[in-house]
Design a protein around this ligand. Structure first.
Ligand code: ATP
Ligand code: MG
Length: 393
């Protein structure tokens, strides 16, 4: 069928036609939203899960809802690597637009004015040339959010954001994708800022998403972090939701799936949103018309795996060094895992301690995570099978 009308959307953070199976996460945010403006305390929200389960899409949905309510918001994707943009610069850049809007809401009250001053000093500390405070014409608040230490300055900023938000009857939130890329100091700064705001019962929240190692990193950054955040695991879709995710975009285009064809795709996708979109897309392109039949599904799934191998999996595989690939290969014996680190060392004929840096490198590249002490698992669903396919070809 015509790819021009193809309703499936494999990709990073691409909103699906039908955002299914995330009602409880959306409701958790709606509760925060309502409690914030009612002056009732609420915990910040953190969502963690494997690659391709729909974390970014969910974060964007919640961000959209906060924008609709005219909250003071910033959205960033934490950066990894040596030439990464500093966290302070990301926050300053992302808040700028929201604050320019806040400024336009009429004569600023006392707290809004103070927030703008604090933001000026926070952003001038990030970039003395004033590039982050373009459009905010106010003198910086001397001695506030300008120490250069992210821990101190983020707390100052969070308190002032929240007091200004309260003054205008909204909340303030920072949305952070790929939060596991932040340093322990930055995560600690987030914890401290949230802690100080919540102790004062002020409406400042973090809505963060990350890989499954995120809760552990936060606990390492601050031992009290589990009391600050409400954690939810973003998982595969259940059978009913997977089916809706596959059938309903086609239905909107007047196209049906026969039951057997749908089953072939759903079995191959095993509930992973990215795979549903990928196999949905390739099967649609293979099919000649409605209803989509099982032969279409068989070739759609085959072509889908080829595309995943060439993109989704290969991109990750190529990020690993040869030594790291050996480690991944040893892990792949356990399927989707987890694997015991001792067992991996035995398979590789190496001492466990000598593999520590390799494992740490894989974790920092976001390819594996440690679900528990002594265990490692792939962050990418289906990676083990991909590695076996490489070994065979
Ligand atoms: N609830 C959902 N229903 C159907 N499809 C979804 C859903 N959530 C996400 N998708 C689809 O799944 C794919 C992956 O989504 P997204 O990029 O949000 O995942 P992610 O968890 O952020 O992945 P990564 O860890 O790689 O950043 C996209 O193609 C998106 O359209
Ligand atoms: Mg994402």
């Amino acid at each position: 069928m015509d790819p021009r009308n193809n309703p499936y959307s494999p990709g990073a953070g691409v909103r699906p036609v039908e955002l299914v199976g995330r009602d409880s996460e959306i409701e958790a945010f709606e509760i925060v939203r309502a409690r914030a403006v009612a002056g009732r305390p609420a915990q910040s929200l953190l969502f963690y899960g494997l690659r391709g389960v729909g974390k970014t899409v969910l974060l964007n949905e919640l961000y959209g809802r906060a924008l609709e309510s005219e909250w003071i918001v910033a959205k960033i994707e934490a950066d990894l690597g040596t030439d990464r943009t500093p966290f302070r610069n990301q926050i300053a850049g992302a808040l700028n637009q929201s604050l320019r809007q806040t400024q336009r809401r009429g004569v600023p009250g006392r707290f809004v004015e103070r927030l703008l001053q604090t933001f000026r000093s926070f952003s001038l500390t990030a970039s003395p040339d004033g590039s982050f405070s373009v459009g905010i014409d106010i003198d910086p608040a001397l001695g506030r959010a300008d120490t250069g230490s992210i821990v101190t300055d983020l707390s100052d900023l969070a308190i002032d954001l929240a007091q200004a938000a309260e003054e205008i009857g909204v909340g303030a939130a920072i949305f952070i994708d790929e939060m596991q890329h932040l340093s322990l100091e930055e995560l600690g700064a987030i914890c401290q800022a949230s802690h100080e705001a919540s102790q004062r019962n002020l409406p400042f929240y973090i809505v963060g998403t990350g890989l499954p190692n995120l809760p552990g990193l936060l606990a390492e950054a601050k031992s009290y972090s589990e009391r600050l955040f409400h954690y939810s695991k973003i998982d595969r879709l259940n059978e009913v939701d997977s089916k809706t995710a596959l059938l309903s975009p086609a239905k909107d285009e007047g196209v049906e799936w026969d039951a057997e064809a749908a089953q072939i795709v759903l079995t191959a996708a095993s509930g992973y949103p990215y795979f549903i979109q990928q196999f949905g897309q390739t099967t649609w392109n293979e099919a000649t018309g409605s209803p989509i039949g099982s032969l279409d599904a068989i070739s759609g799934v085959r072509v889908g795996w080829e595309l995943l191998d060439a993109g989704f999996f290969r991109a990750r595989w190529e990020r690993a060094t040869p030594a790291q690939r050996n480690y991944l290969w040893a892990m792949s014996n356990d399927g989707d895992g987890p694997s015991s680190t001792g067992e991996i060392a035995a398979r590789l004929g190496k001492k466990q301690a000598s593999l520590g840096p390799i494992r740490a490198g894989l974790i920092s590249k976001g390819l594996v995570f440690a679900p528990e002490h002594g265990l490692v698992a792939f962050t990418v669903p289906g990676m083990a099978n991909f590695i076996s396919r490489q070994a065979l070809s």
